[in-house]
Design a protein around this ligand. Sequence first.
Ligand code: B12
Ligand code: SF4
Length: 494
Amino acid sequence: MDVINDLCFAGSKEGRVSAKPFYHVCEVPNLATAYLGNFLRRRGFSVAGVGFYNAERPLLAELLQHRPVLLAITTTFYEHTAPIDEIVAFTREHSPTTKIVVGGPLVQHIAEMDPGVRETVLSALDIDFLIDESQGESSLAALLHHLRTGTSVSGVPNLLYREGGVWRFTWVEKENNAMSDAIINWSDPDVGFLGRSIQTRTARSCAYSCAFCDYPTRAGQLALVSPQDVFNEVRQLADLGVQNVIFIDDTFNVPERRFREVCKLLADAKLPVRWFSYFRCSSVADETVFDLMQRSGCGGVFLGIESGDDAILRNMDKVASAEKYRHGIHALKQRDILTFASFIAGFPGETSQSIDKTIEFINEAAPDLFRMEPWWYNPRAPIGNSAPKYGIEGTGYSWKHATMCIDEACDAVDRAFSSVTSAWWCPQQSFSFWAVPYLQGKGMTMSEIKEFHWRCHSVLQRQCIGEAANGEVDSLRAFILDLRLDAPRFFQSA
Ligand code: B12
Ligand code: SF4
């Protein structure tokens, strides 16, 4: 996105004024904020949301002038507590009386830390409460109720609170909030800015249990919104002028029966909406599903392929094969559905030869876009139980196992970047596949999006081997300026 921002605004008039516009995927409204706001408004609370702190500090400052009772910080994208500290300091400065609660995935990670480390992390946080529950909406409503009525917060489930300088936990009460109750009313004016691209969720948790992922364990049983409710939500969004809907469910096409029903409803209604989602091509039972996807307006899919080597896929418990993937990519491309394939380098069992197989797979299957990232070892995921079997040592991005270490995995990523010739790199950092619907919403066509990736890839490839890419950069600049994108929503100080 920096490429677009630099080339669009660097030399322009806007580049010299104090507030510089910039494109960012987080213009797409933050879904956790939307869900929590929706849930609380339905229970009679007055809620305002700030989706992206980095760009929306002026809005937060304005809202804090009203001295809200509570500020809730979501941690969906946080891998550590530093961003929380920044928001807390800002809030304390602008509204010292506002209480602060933190919830979401990071709290679960903190709760699982060794007691000593957890105490250190908690004591460094200048906040009032934490909610430790994978859903947390009901606990948050209960906390607000207690703050409103002035009763003790010790009556709120799943709550960590300070008493006499000591952190106390109330009690565990698993939430099972009805999916139908959580559907967002996007026409509520309090939801705020919508734009042309919106993300939404039609399921909670996932039906699989890939060895590298702890999401199903954290999120509990799979819960689904009915096809009719999914359709109603998309229709409401279309009525509000939204053109791109992103389903963030991890396995949107599972179970296939529900997926077919959703596609059929969308196809029959011919709504002026394109949709995007994660997609498991290995789970396709009936080939006609690809036609339904095309007819229902599928613009593109995120394929968590992970590896082109069947032995590694087995180690990952992916319930998939390279052949099935190859076929799925072909079927999707035939129907003009953009394919983005994501790969992991260095999972236990990985060797230089299995990386070769993956590179060969990418070149043969030729998804439109791809990305490879080094394996991030999460010991809480099922693979943690097999650490002795594979000789895994370390954690996060610092690991080695019987057949590879993190440095070799990083080299493998570089090798994939320079050896793949039939797909273009789509970077992860603040871009990823979700930038595709965002940029479409700004006016880029699908072929322009592919060309953008191809052009950036070519520049990077030249630079990686130490060659000047001035010519490529000049024509990339001309290409970007020719796009005449709609203006971004965010500004940053020069
Ligand atoms: C869409 C998405 C993006 C989009 C976001 C666009 C946008 N405008 O929001 C983009 C592409 C920008 C993005 C970027 C990044 N992402 Co991302 N992203 C996702 C994705 C697909 C969906 C997230 C989401 O909206 N979930 C839906 C909401 C409703 O669920 P939720 O946050 O869990 O919230 C619920 C509960 O947790 C709870 N809750 C949440 N907060 C709070 C707070 C309180 C007080 C309470 C009570 C409850 C509560 O209530 C909510 C409703 O039930 C997830 C993967 C996935 N399928 O979930 C990855 C994911 C969240 N991203 C991830 C990462 C790492 C990133 C990046 C850091 C990547 C990078 N290196 O650049 C960046 C960070 C962006 C930033 N600026 O901070 C990781 C997070 C890992 C972690 N935290 O441990 C995930 C899980 C993907 C993964 N497996 O790697 N991402
Ligand atoms: S990686 Fe995706 S499909 Fe696999 S268990 Fe995690 S959420 Fe489910």
